[in-house]
Design a binder for this molecule. Structure first.
Ligand SMILES: *Cc1c(COP(=O)(O)O)cnc(C)c1O
Length: 365
């Protein structure tokens, strides 16, 4: 029997278990010193020392980040439709309206021209997603935002360590959010990090995280309980010491696939962009679903489709987009397949993936 190669594999080791045990034994498990240390270390590691605020999920991070930056009822925020629903959900949860714009067919990230066309007098901001770990076109989007007096927000859920011309994602927008869900490039179990452009946004996010309190029982605004626990922070702190090696492994695995795949459209990286390959996503123009099935049934290789239904056609979000047509998004949703690229792949696994994909791509043409 050929061993199954999973599409993703969270890596949790002895050090993470020891760290959790240390926190449990301390008797102080809710948000405390581990969270504060994790914030400092994450900030230094990924966002050049910007103020960061740890929360209980990436989705909370987007929601609180938007509220902290002043987004609310009556506003519009331009987002891609080709992403996880959390991007648009977080906008809708503030009371604002998510406005969907089409993507660029090469990087699958927001198309700056489509963003320009979607701006109205109600537009408050633009929130690109650094999808699959490839940075969105932040130079062009920042220029549009500057010209039109809009804010820029970043959904960096999938892009820890991605950069453009050496500048890390999460440092371009009024805020950026990194998810710490187990399938992301690093995890804390569940969790999210908000990277803030200034101390005002950071303070707003901190207040919203904890019932609007900076000082106990002096609630200044109406807030949530979106706190991260010290147990989760302890896991995240250990993962932070490992994530760079994992990212390098992802990039090596991607380079191997780039060099060995034929007959499919492999990922293209923008000039100056550093791709961290949360996903390695190819296009299969003919019968993508048959390709995914054969990869699993005939070759014991897992894969993923991110995302089969564009947000603007989801039952939950379609009401924000009556009659909207996003042709590039639609073709991506029909054709994309993400192959395993995670750090636990062996050279043998990579060879098997290349042989299988090439055989199926050849069979289809
Ligand atoms: C995972 C993800 C989120 C949400 O993060 P959670 O930690 O799962 O809440 C938001 N946006 C994108 C693009 C994601 O991939």
């Amino acid at each position: 029997m050929t061993e199954f190669i999973p599409a993703a594999k969270p890596l949790i080791g002895e050090e993470e278990r020891d760290a959790v045990d240390r926190v449990l034994r301390s008797g102080m498990v809710a948000q405390g010193p581990e969270v504060a240390a994790f914030e400092q270390e994450f900030s230094a590691h990924f966002v050049d020392g910007r103020p960061v605020v740890a929360v209980n999920s990436g989705t909370s991070g987007l929601h609180l980040g938007l509220l902290a930056a002043g987004v609310g009822v009556g506003d519009e925020v331009i987002v891609p439709s080709f992403t996880f629903a959390a991007t648009a959900n977080s906008v809708a949860l503030t009371g604002a309206t998510p406005v969907f714009a089409d993507i660029d067919p090469v990087t699958f990230t927001l198309d700056p021209a489509a963003v320009s066309a979607a701006i109205t007098e109600r537009t408050k901001g633009i929130m690109p997603v650094h999808l699959y770990g490839h940075p969105a076109r932040m130079h062009a989007l920042a220029e549009i935002a500057d010209d039109r007096g809009l804010a820029l927000f970043e959904d960096a859920a999938q892009a820890h360590g991605a950069a453009i011309d050496g500048r890390p994602v999460g440092t371009f927008g009024a805020f950026g959010m990194f998810s710490l869900y187990p399938t992301k490039n690093m995890t804390s179990g569940e969790g999210g990090m908000i990277s803030a452009a200034d101390d005002v946004i950071a303070r707003n996010a901190r207040l919203l995280r904890n019932q609007g309190m900076e000082r106990q029982y002096e609630n200044e605004v109406i807030g949530f309980n979106a706190r991260m626990t010290d147990i989760h922070a302890a896991i995240g702190r250990v993962q932070l010491t490992k994530v760079d090696a994992w990212t390098e492994a992802r990039r090596r695995n991607a380079a191997f696939l780039d060099a060995h795949l034929t007959g499919v459209v492999t990922p293209v990286v923008d000039e100056g962009a550093r791709h961290v390959y949360h996903q390695y996503t190819i296009r299969v123009p003919e019968d993508r679903d048959g390709f995914v099935r054969a990869l699993k049934d005939e070759h014991s290789i897992g894969s993923g489709v991110y995302y089969p239904i564009p947000n603007h056609r989801l039952p939950s979000l379609a009401r924000f987009a009556p009659g909207l047509d996003l042709p590039v998004t639609e073709s991506a949703a029909r054709e994309v397949v993400s192959l395993p690229v995670h750090p636990s792949l062996s050279e043998g696994d990579l060879e098997r993936i290349a042989v299988a994909v090439n055989a199926l791509a050849g069979a289809g043409s």
